[in-house]
Every structure is written in C-alpha cells, then in structure tokens.
Design a protein around this ligand. Structure first.
Ligand code: E4P
Length: 226
C-alpha cells in the first residue's frame, strides 16, 4: 500500500518526504484554506508542492467548477502546472463527463467524494486514474466507512479497469478521509492501493508504547556495556 499525505501544508509535506515513505499528496479546497492559501497563489502553491515531492509523486489539485466545460478548462490548466499534477474532480454527472474528456486528453483524474460502489463503477468507466472513497465522513453519518471502502475495492478489483490515458495505467483506490492509524490497518487488510493520511495520523502510525519502551531500555542497557 502506498501512502499519500492529505494536506496542503508545505512544512508537513517536506517533513513526510524526508521520511522516505511518501508516494503522493492530495489536497482539497478546505486543506488549502486551512494553510491560509489565497486564490491568487493557488497554482503557485500546487507547483511548490510538486517541486518538493518530485516528478514521481502524484499531487492532486481539486477543481471547484460545476460544469463540464469549466472543469475541463480548469483541469487542463492545473495539469499544465507540472507533470505530476492529478486533477481532482468530484463524483457528479458533470464531473464524469469532464473526466472522460480529460482522461482522453491523457490527463490523470482523481475522482473524489466517492461513497458507494455504483459511484466508483461510474468513476472507473469515466476513465479516472484514481478513485477516492471517503471513510471518516461516512462514519460521521453513522455508516461503516471501512465496509464501504472494502466493497468499493472489491468491486473495482473484479474488473481490469485501466484509465484512459495513453499509458492505460491501472486504476487505483485511494482510501481517503482517514482519521486514525486503525483506519490504515483496515485499509491495508482490505488491500486498498493507497491510503491518503493527514500528517497527524502518519506520525501516530510510527508509534507504539512498546517500541518507545524498548528503545529506552536498549539505550539504558547499552550504557552499561560502555
Ligand atoms: C481526500 O482526498 C480528501 O482530501 C480528504 O481525505 C478528506 O478528508 P476529511 O473528510 O478528513 O476532510
């Protein structure tokens, strides 16, 4: 399973990249607003993220347009910022139509805000490169987010879906809206291709009290042999 960082915070991205485990970044309008981002600087900010992570790491930049033509125009502009930009498009009719056009242009799309198997099937058919089912937000309405993502991963895995770009890359499921290390465990067990995690969750994933105690006792004992 690959790890993407779910943030627009450059400091967090730089730190996670230095860990050597980062395979991509996902942003959204809320995450950009959270770091004090302004519309006029948005495209430069996406470029800066792309520079930090390097060309091999996909960086999702979301369009907020609501019509097919506008989504396509935004998507083309965003994709031109850097070769690793992936255009994030919400799951909706106009989004599907735009994804078909963008994907046929060779532009990779991450279809976001996906909550059900039928939505995921449509996203896959539209030529999207990534599908992002949300866990936490589903839990928030007293549904089982993990079970939904597992169903989506299984359903998409039943078919040999490739995206519509020239390379015909295999579609990947990005488990999104992850709120805990336990969510990551469940995603790994179900075989999700990618987990996009907030930096706080990534930091918690490293830790276990027995690991901390073990390091401490090894260091103490090493003092004795000096
Ligand atoms: C995914 O790409 C989204 O940016 C993200 O996971 C949303 O998470 P949230 O529900 O915690 O806002």
């Amino acid at each position: 399973m690959k790890f993407f960082l779910d943030t627009a915070d450059l400091t967090e991205i730089e730190e996670a990249a230095a860990w050597g485990v980062l395979a991509g970044v996902t942003t959204n309008p809320t995450l950009y607003a959270r770091v004090g981002g302004k519309l006029t600087d948005f495209e430069n900010h996406i470029k800066r993220i792309c520079d930090v992570v390097g060309p091999e790491c996909p960086v999702s930049a979301e369009t907020v347009a609501m019509t097919r033509d506008q989504i396509v125009a935004d998507g083309r502009r965003l994709a031109a910022l850097a070769p690793n930009v992936v255009v994030k498009v919400p799951t909706m009719v106009e989004g599907l139509a735009a994804t078909r056009t963008l994907a046929d242009d060779g532009i990779r799309v991450n279809m976001t805000l996906c909550f059900t198997v039928p939505q995921a099937m449509l996203a896959a058919r539209s030529g999207a490169r990534y599908i992002s089912p949300f866990i936490g937000r589903f839990d928030d309405i007293s549904e089982d987010g993990i079970a939904q993502v597992a169903q989506i991963a299984e359903a998409v895995g039943n078919y040999d879906f490739t995206d519509s770009t020239v390379n015909g890359e295999q579609i990947e499921i990005i488990a999104a809206s992850i709120r805990s290390a336990n969510h990551v465990t469940q995603c790994a067990l179900m075989g999700a291709d990618v987990a996009t995690v907030p930096f706080g969750v990534l930091k918690k994933m490293v830790k276990h009290p027995l690991t901390t105690a073990g390091i401490e006792s090894f260091l103490n004992d090493w003092e004795k042999v000096k």
